[in-house]
Design a binder for this molecule. Structure first.
Ligand code: DGL
Length: 255
């Protein structure tokens, strides 16, 4: 196997791609950002399944031999449908996230941050309780975090206020482990950590996801390549992507 496909609604999945490149630099990656139809977080399951199938079929046309769904929303609502309909391995970000949460918590008071669709699906809550039946889980949707990243809001006052308001339900609950259950949230990690305090461990599952993929023994590419596709606004994607990945992304193609 040589080419790995990833998709997300926007730039957030680059937090996953970054870890995959760090863990497996000798692979080729095709990244598709569905920027024309972002955000996914407020959409219905039926719509998220349709978008995810279309995204995956596009990646298949690019010759990928495995798909890593970087998006938590798409994993929560469409993973099973994709696995049912496609003939290549499809891996989602939930399994590694749950594994990391379970390995991290000491007091079993867990917090989950995600988009509205992810939290409403109850997928994380169910999977965590399967592994830790006596855990106490507080799950909360954060609809304002994704626009802060995608719209490149940089005002520290605005970010601090949104983070404080959003995280209020987690206060006073003795939470020791908090999941960044959306690919965009690691980009607000510093602010979230400051608000929650040093005793709370934030879990970004991207690294564990990369370790899970390593187990698939993908063949090395003789000439590793990175390809980026978007459904709208390649320039904006490139600007955010280059500053985050720290590499130049000259060919972002709109499809
Ligand atoms: N980045 C996606 C996730 O991991 C969703 C963001 C959105 O489009 O709402 O859930």
């Amino acid at each position: 196997m040589t080419k790995v496909g990833l998709f997300d609604s926007g730039v957030g999945g680059l937090t996953v791609l970054k870890e995959l490149i760090a863990a497996m630099p000798h692979k080729s990656y095709v990244y598709f950002a569905d920027t024309a139809r972002y955000p996914y977080g407020g959409k219905s399951q039926e719509t998220i399944i349709r978008y995810s199938l279309e995204n995956s079929n596009f990646l298949l046309e690019q010759g990928v031999e495995l798909i890593a769904i970087a998006c938590h929303t798409a994993t929560s609502l469409a993973l099973h449908e994709l696995q049912k309909n496609l003939n290549i391995p499809i891996l989602g970000v939930i399994e590694p996230a749950v594994e990391k949460m379970v390995a991290t918590t000491k007091n079993k008071h867990l917090g989950v941050l995600g988009t509205r669709a992810t939290i409403a699906s109850g997928m994380y809550q169910r999977k965590l309780l399967e592994k830790l039946p006596d855990a106490t889980i507080t799950a909360c949707a954060c609809p304002l975090f994704v626009p802060i990243i995608e719209e490149q809001i940089t005002s520290p006052e605005i970010i601090k206020l949104v983070v404080k308001e959003t995280l209020a339900p987690f206060k006073g609950k003795s939470i020791d482990t908090l999941l960044l259950g959306c690919t965009h949230y690691p980009l607000l990690q510093k602010e979230i950590q400051e608000e929650m305090g040093p005793h709370v461990t934030l879990v970004n599952p991207a690294k564990t996801f990369a370790e899970m993929l390593q187990k698939h023994n993908l063949a090395k590419s003789s000439t590793p390549e990175l390809s980026f596709f978007v459904s709208d606004d390649p320039e904006r994607f490139r600007a955010i992507g280059e500053s985050f990945l720290g590499i130049s992304m000259p060919h972002v193609k709109k499809v």
